[in-house]
Design a binder for this molecule. Structure first.
Ligand SMILES: [Fe+2]
Ligand SMILES: [Fe+2]
Length: 277
């Protein structure tokens, strides 16, 4: 296969326009850069979980190369907009303070209970990132970031497909019913809203010496991140969640779920903005 991945060098850097970047956008991009840049640790964990599946291990390694590239591209963009910030410096802070247990080695099993469960969780992360970069790309005006988001979102949709196909391969051997899949999916979504992104937001943006306040950091992050979303981004995300759990998209339940998701995003954003005012 001669798939040509995009490169950081080929981005239209000469068109960079810092005047089109607001402080909130810059903050969330710095946080996103850290989460993406740290993906290589996750690939090692995935290779342990799928220790006798060399085909998937190779795909997981390539996946991590692409995620790290996302981190580098976003980090470099943020460094150019704010020369006082450094990706490596912020990353050192993120790594020092945030290490999920399963990155530390230990048993070969998935923290999700099965390989299928692990793939459902990965599908949720790719659902989140694909919709997030689509939303930022659609709403931002800065040409280089727009281009970066377009490339990244396309990669994230492809990653979802990799994990979704692997999920289906394992579902033939493992028994993981739809409700169990939904439980893993909702658990993984709740997790990202909690610690990983909040800590990344803190490591990327806090002033020197400022202590980590999880709630404060979470609110600051979520209120900004949600503001980019439009209903079409959520509709697609809900369809991807449904698909990964084995439920039919475009059913009545799907329609209901998209309404609930949009209501949740809107009310949360309003509440957090009010609290910040
Ligand atoms: Fe990514
Ligand atoms: Fe991805």
């Amino acid at each position: 296969m001669t798939y040509q991945h995009w490169t950081i060098e080929s981005l239209p850097w000469s068109q960079l326009d810092p005047a089109k970047v607001g402080p909130d956008l810059l903050k969330v991009i710095k946080a996103a850069a850290l989460v993406e840049y740290g993906a290589d640790a996750y690939a090692e964990y995935l290779c342990r979980v799928f220790q006798d599946d060399p085909g998937f291990q190779a795909a997981a390694r390539q996946w991590a190369v692409e995620e790290v590239q996302h981190g580098k591209a976003l980090g470099l963009w943020a460094e150019k907009i704010d020369p006082s910030w450094s990706l490596e410096g912020a990353m050192a802070k993120f790594r020092a303070g945030y290490t999920p247990e399963h990155f530390l080695g230990g048993p070969a099993g998935s923290v999700r209970g099965s390989r299928s469960g692990e793939m459902v969780a990965r599908c949720m992360v790719e659902t989140g990132t694909s919709s997030y970069y689509s939303a930022i790309g659609d709403s931002c005006e800065e040409p280089v970031l727009k281009e970066i988001c377009k490339h990244i979102a396309a990669d994230e949709f492809r990653h979802y497909k990799l994990f979704y196909d692997t999920l289906n391969r394992y579902l033939e051997k493992e028994d993981l019913g739809r409700l169990k899949r939904l439980k893993v999916a909702l658990g993984r979504i709740a997790e990202s809203e909690d610690d990983e992104l909040s800590y990344a937001y803190y490591a990327a943006n806090a002033a020197e010496g400022e202590a980590y306040d999880r709630q404060k950091s979470n609110r600051a992050y979520v209120s900004r991140a949600y503001s980019f979303y439009r209903p079409k981004h959520l509709d697609r995300a809900v369809a991807m969640i449904f698909k990964a759990c084995g439920f039919k998209p475009h059913s009545l339940a799907y329609k209901l779920a998209t309404r609930v998701a949009w209501w949740q995003i809107e009310s949360q954003t309003k509440k957090l903005q009010k609290m910040a005012a």
